[in-house]
Design a protein around this ligand. Structure first.
Ligand SMILES: Cc1cc2nc3c(=O)[nH]c(=O)nc-3n(C[C@H](O)[C@H](O)[C@H](O)COP(=O)(O)OP(=O)(O)OC[C@H]3O[C@@H](n4cnc5c(N)ncnc54)[C@H](O)[C@@H]3O)c2cc1C
Length: 454
């Protein structure tokens, strides 16, 4: 089967490439996706019969139409300050223009009526500065998990007659041929003139093998390691009501390491995440008031980047997660008061805790898992945040571990996001260039426009 363009992966990157190609060209496009259609995506954890991750072959949270973003909080951060380094390839202005373009599409496909928050002119910035904290600039569109789903549903309905989707058909190999590319799955062999690879974090190992086989240079990336914090929503409400998501950075006094908040979910839920078989923690929240909880959660992360002689930053992160999975059978939960007293949390202590956990995790001791330097930084930041949000350092604050943000190795790309092979593009989180919905989606639009010649 021959196509003009094959897109590998139907996450935000792949979807927005497909959308742009379908809208602005007559090119014959196929999308190959390892996971299922949106409506078939269903994580078996129900809190009753299945309480923790059973390591499905294809993880419904990470794979399928919508990619890792499908059940996410749907926070589209419009900024060059975080979420990826797309601007280094395509320029700051272009990056913001495309993120806004993606926002417009989301707004005409079910996202209308959702809120856009902005740090511009926020008095909260000063309060942060006065307490050795830095608030990063951004506008954030919060779709919420429910609206995000509707947007994806609408995009799929619009695309399904114009683009050929191949679900549950992971691409096994990708080869350069004289007249384009050959894509092999367990169901067939396909060829195309141009290929857009958008396999996200879950496709990181596959992407690495493709780069190795095709001799495409790569660079190691950083890994972010830390915990997810859960507190009663009122403690952070003065911040989340105004900004929804705030990215706050703190430089530790002890090591001068940077610790940052990440993925803030007011009135949200803490959830498991399965990355290549290891269980980490994440969070999301709903736009629908009926689905809101009493708690707010966000991650506190420390970045680690190894280069010489050890280069495998992700391997380091994975080992820490494996340790937590070994001790806790999955995610570990600990009260901040227990951590500070040097003792593990127990079910009894959790039952007596005033903050009710939204994720059933194993009570334990995070100090047996996280390296001292990382844990020291997190504890320091909790006390720094306590100055702008009193109550943050309460004994009953919950910490879930381990939260790890793996970044794909950076694939060597030019300013078209094209590899050294003409017509082979790598976009989204799989390229190591982006690590957010907005940047991944914008990168998808960008390469589609390059292919069309816009
Ligand atoms: C629980 C959760 C919450 C999040 N919340 C937010 C948020 O609020 N805001 C934000 O900006 N970001 C958030 N993120 C991150 C965001 O989802 C990602 O940055 C974004 O989805 C990246 O898009 P992508 O298209 O590059 O990759 P992905 O979304 O990972 O999609 C890649 C797709 O490729 C498929 N694939 C992989 N390998 C193959 C193969 N060999 N053949 C065929 N298909 C393959 C996968 O199945 C997957 O569907 C969250 C992530 C998670 C897990």
């Amino acid at each position: 089967m021959k196509y003009d363009v094959i897109i590998i992966g139907a996450g935000p990157g792949g979807i927005f490439s497909a959308y742009e190609l379908a809208k602005k060209s007559d090119l014959k496009v196929a999308v190959f996706e390892a996971g299922t259609t949106l409506e078939k995506r269903h994580c078996p954890i129900d809190g009753k019969k299945v309480k923790s991750c059973i390591k499905c072959k294809s993880c419904s949270i990470m794979n399928g139409f919508g990619g890792a973003g499908a059940f996410s909080d749907g926070k589209y951060n419009i900024t060059n300050d975080f979420g990826g380094t797309l601007h280094e390839y395509i320029g700051r202005e272009k990056a913001i223009e495309l993120m806004n373009y993606v926002d417009e599409i989301n707004m005409t496909h079910g996202g209308e009526g959702t809120s856009m928050y902005s740090t511009a002119g926020s008095g909260f910035k000063k309060l942060c500065m006065q307490n050795k904290l830095t608030l990063l600039d951004a506008s954030v569109r919060h779709l919420g998990t429910d609206k995000n789903y509707v947007v994806l549903e609408n995009l799929y309905n619009e695309l399904k007659d114009k683009v050929e989707f191949h679900f549950t058909e992971p691409v096994i190999s990708l080869k350069k041929k004289d007249d384009g590319y050959e894509v092999v799955t367990d169901k067939g062999t396909y060829s195309c003139d141009k290929c857009i690879v958008s396999v996200g974090r879950s496709g990181s190992k596959w992407m690495e093998s493709v780069c190795e086989e095709m001799d495409i240079p790569t660079k190691s990336n950083r890994v972010d390691i830390g915990v997810r914090v859960e507190i009663p929503a009122p403690i952070f409400s003065h911040i989340t009501d105004e900004l929804y998501e705030s990215k706050i950075v703190y430089r530790t006094e002890k090591y001068e390491d940077l610790v940052r908040t990440f993925c803030m979910n007011p009135h949200g839920l803490v959830v498991n995440e399965n990355t290549n078989g290891i269980i980490t923690v994440n969070g999301h929240s709903f736009e629908d008031d009926n689905l809101k909880t009493d708690n707010t959660n966000f991650a506190l992360l420390v970045a680690k980047h190894f280069s010489e002689p050890f280069k495998d930053s992700n391997g380091y992160g994975e080992s820490i997660v494996r340790l937590s999975n070994m001790l806790g059978g999955g995610v570990i939960i600990q009260r901040f008061g227990d951590l500070e007293r040097g003792r593990r949390s127990t079910q009894k202590r959790l039952d007596e805790n005033t903050v009710r956990p939204t994720l059933a995790a194993t009570p334990g001791d995070l100090s047996l898992v996280l390296p001292k330097r990382i844990l020291d930084g997190i504890v320091e930041m909790i006390y720094a945040l306590d100055k702008i949000a009193p109550g943050m350092a309460n004994d009953d604050t919950l910490l879930y571990g381990v939260e790890v943000k793996f970044y794909n190795m950076e694939v060597e790309l030019d300013s078209n996001l094209e590899t050294k092979y003409k017509g082979l593009y790598v976009i989204g989180d799989g390229s190591g260039v982006t690590h957010s919905l907005s940047h991944a989606s914008a990168s998808g639009v960008y390469v589609a426009d390059k292919i069309i010649g816009e």
